[in-house]
Design a binder for this molecule. Sequence first.
Ligand SMILES: Nc1ncnc2c1ncn2[C@@H]1O[C@H](COP(=O)(O)OP(=O)(O)OP(=O)(O)O)[C@@H](O)[C@H]1O
Ligand SMILES: [Mg+2]
Length: 244
Amino acid sequence: MSVLVEIKNLKKVYRTGDITFEALKDVSLDIQAGDFVAIMGPSGSGKSTLLHLMGGLDRPSTGLVTVKGVILNKMNETALAKFRRAHIGFIFQFFNLIDNLTIQANIELPALLQNRQDRKATRHRATSLMERLGILDQAQKHPWELSGGQQQRVAIARALINTPTLLLADEPTGNLDSTSGREVLNILQEFNAQGQTILMVTHDAAAAANAKQVIFIHDGRLVEQMPGNNVQRIAQYMIALTET
Ligand SMILES: Nc1ncnc2c1ncn2[C@@H]1O[C@H](COP(=O)(O)OP(=O)(O)OP(=O)(O)O)[C@@H](O)[C@H]1O
Ligand SMILES: [Mg+2]
């Protein structure tokens, strides 16, 4: 395996008026290509902040984020947006689909926003993703006509349309019933088995146990890392963290 994401001495300070808050304090971490990593930690510990910095959605106060050998810090906004479209797929807790577009149009949108994208190739890839995700029969509907689980599968297809180097998911099962959540986790595992690198933030030990490894964050610091194969141990560590 080769290193895909390199994080060095990352700090993020938020300023609200006179008040500053250190959301991340000196986080260093390497993610290997092909890995499936779950990020866990109490509410407010800095999980989403870390994910946003990795995906170039926000900038660190100090420290480096390198994705595929490219240092994100040094890019201007235009270059960063272009890099995100080409290399990063995002899945959010609240799906964030566009209501007045059909399912198919939602999925195709990131590809059409990329220059030089071939419409026919895009349609072909969208169709094949919808087929794999079991939503092909929903293609001409609108987001509000779908269940939560179906909407999250649309969001996954949209995140994968540009074959991202890195798939980032922030609580992708947080708004789903357990059956739909299970389906989404199975889908992520399937794509990872085919080589997709995934980083997923979750509160749920059972969800984290689908990953190859689990990283724990507490108060803006990386405090523990363990394999994803022991749900009991993950749950116990999480309880201990929440109590401290
Ligand atoms: N834009 C912002 N301005 C000021 N403070 C912020 C901002 N975004 C996040 N924070 C603070 O930084 C800390 C980390 O936030 P973050 O969203 O990363 O936590 P989290 O671990 O994802 O929590 P949750 O599990 O509740 O989603 C929190 O204390 C939060 O209040
Ligand atoms: Mg969060």
